[in-house]
Design a protein. Structure first.
Length: 244
């Protein structure tokens, strides 16, 4: 079966404790935190299904049994869901070593991402160009809520800016990965996205970045979660064909 054919594979990282969303996640695992009438990860699964990803692996750890009980085999969403269980926290990249049947290329994403990114097109560009790792990126603006001073060595003012902003290009937590990445991951130890990026930069390994100008929220952050709640009626039209 071609990588671009029916049944593209996705891995959703759903093992985090969701500490940034406390107190919501004290009892409810982060993947089941509601957005409107639906758990966060259900929205992700529905979007994946609509874009042709029919095989989905949930990498789970914290509250794994609750997550399995809710999502089961995925048949109600027209996908096949299986599970990879971490017995200890492994961060964001190391869990891939626990999945024995990954295809040559697959989508990897955090379980707290809401975006209108065309995931299939990102996947196809990655496969076409024979990339190792592709990062979806979004532009964010950070406001410095102070008057910023610049001084010289004599403690004299040389510049002033009232509440300036800094523009950043940030990872969206959505990646397309070639299976060769598994050769980089050390066994049985934590290895995250930051570790992989530092390794590749240090070795001159090319990593591709695709900018996405559209909608993206990291709803593991309380501010973004609140925004997503406010946006949900619009999101409903995006994620559910039969609702308006």
């Amino acid at each position: 079966m071609s990588d671009l054919g029916y049944g593209c594979r996705a891995v959703i990282l759903a093992g985090g404790k969701g500490t940034r969303l406390r107190p919501y996640t004290v009892v409810i695992p982060k993947p089941l935190v509601p957005l409107g009438d639906y758990p966060i990860v259900e929205l992700i699964i529905r979007r994946l299904a609509r874009q042709g990803f029919r095989r989905i692996t949930l990498a789970v750890n914290h509250h794994a049994n609750l997550i399995k009980a809710f999502f089961n085999d995925g048949s109600q969403w027209g996908v096949h869901i299986d599970y990879s269980l971490e017995l200890k926290p492994l961060s964001t990249i190391a869990p891939l070593r626990l999945i024995p049947d990954l295809p040559e290329n697959f989508l990897l994403m955090n379980g707290d991402v809401l975006t209108d990114l065309d995931l299939k097109r990102l996947y196809e560009a990655h496969v076409h160009d024979k990339r190792l790792f592709t990062i979806a990126a979004s532009e964010r603006r950070q406001l410095i809520d102070y008057g910023v001073l610049t001084t010289d060595s004599n403690k004299l003012l040389t510049g002033f800016s009232e509440k300036p902003h800094i523009d950043y290009l940030v990872s969206m937590g959505v990646y397309i990965v070639n299976r060769r990445v598994l050769e980089i991951i050390p066994p049985d130890t934590k290895f995250g996205f930051d570790d992989l990026m530092n390794f590749c930069l240090g070795n001159g390994t090319p990593i591709h970045v695709e900018r996405h100008p559209g909608y993206w929220l990291d709803i593991g952050r309380p501010d973004d979660y609140a925004q997503a709640v406010n946006d949900f009626e619009e999101l409903r039209r995006q994620y559910f064909d039969d609702e308006s």
